[in-house]
Design a protein around this ligand. Structure first.
Ligand SMILES: [Fe+2]
Ligand SMILES: [Fe+2]
Length: 308
């Protein structure tokens, strides 16, 4: 049995049949307002993602299969809500037909990522490169170049973390080149970009949250810096160390951990540009082909999509 082609499933009409193997990226057990249990979640393939639902008698089958594997075989029917399609699983089977999760993910090539990452770093100072080599080393290096940037939202595939970081390094260079006022902080901004999400190597294992991940990658990132505090203080100084912590801790700029320094806020903005733009483009890839243009007819052309 073939994999379900998620991109073409997104283009199907309500009532169309779908069958094949799927990779279940996430799922949740919920209740309707009238108390009926159902499962909702997402299946993905090669960068495209589609919602699924499981109702009534199919729920128990889903529950027992998903405990064993995220790759399952389904047959279902397309439903739509607010013009957004989902697959209603009518039956589920354990047989994954030899597929593994990696067969559904469009990961980045590790050698190419490494070449690009170290190539971009050539624009930075020798001290920045020394510190990056100290941090991205041994097991951390393996994890950095293979881990996801997120569970679902952006660059959610093998190598996504390094890919997101590379894009941010390029944006950071543009910002530093565009505004001389950032020049005195450029070392801090580059190291901050490399380290802002480095805690994800402890928070995730191939895009899945692991034990104690509730503490967040910001906190794990700070923990990793404390482990080499002496090295950082010797290479730069104590102020650099605490300013770097301010970037890692405040880069999401939310709740009680808002960015409290100029460099933390700049890294937060760069992070937002890349993550939000990537999510927006991924969403277009996934379902905006079905969106209405000027309230009239659906389009299949990426450049005709009207964003409002
Ligand atoms: Fe982050
Ligand atoms: Fe990030």
């Amino acid at each position: 049995m073939l994999k379900v082609d998620v991109k073409s499933a997104l283009m199907k009409a309500k009532g169309d049949k779908v069958s094949g193997s799927v990779y279940v990226r996430s799922f949740d057990y919920r209740f309707t307002k009238s108390g009926d249990p159902f499962v909702t979640g997402y299946v993905s393939s090669q960068g495209c993602i589609i919602n699924f639902k499981v109702w009534r008698e199919a729920i128990e089958g889903f529950r027992s299969l998903i405990a064993v594997s995220r790759v399952i075989a389904i047959s279902g029917v397309i439903d739509t809500w607010n013009n957004i399609p989902s697959i209603v699983f009518e039956s589920v089977k354990a047989d994954s037909f030899g597929y593994t999760p990696l067969d559904f993910l469009s990961g980045y090539d590790r050698d190419k990522l490494e070449e690009t990452f170290y190539g971009v770093l050539e624009n930075t100072s020798p001290k920045v490169r020394s510190l990056v080599n100290k941090i991205i080393d041994g097991p951390v290096k393996d994890r950095f170049f293979t881990e996801y940037a997120a569970k679902l939202l952006h660059d959610a595939c093998p190598g996504g973390l390094a890919h997101h970081t590379i894009k941010m390094l390029r944006l950071a260079k543009t910002m530093v080149d565009n505004d001389d006022r950032l020049l005195p902080f450029s070392d801090l901004i580059y190291v901050g970009v490399v380290c802002h999400d480095i805690g994800k190597v402890r928070e995730f294992c191939m895009g899945e949250y692991v034990k104690n991940s509730f503490i967040s990658h910001s906190e794990y990132g700070c923990e990793m810096m404390y482990e080499i505090k002496e090295y950082i203080v010797d290479l730069f100084d104590e102020a650099f160390f605490y300013r770097l912590l301010s970037i890692i801790r405040g880069h999401h700029h939310v709740y009680e951990v808002k960015a409290k320094t100029v460099y933390a806020y700049i890294v937060h903005l760069i992070d937002m540009i890349d993550s939000q733009a990537t999510m927006f483009m991924d969403n277009l890839d996934s379902h905006a082909y079905k969106e209405m243009v000027n309230g009239e007819k659906p389009t299949e052309h990426f450049d005709e999509i009207y964003y409002y």
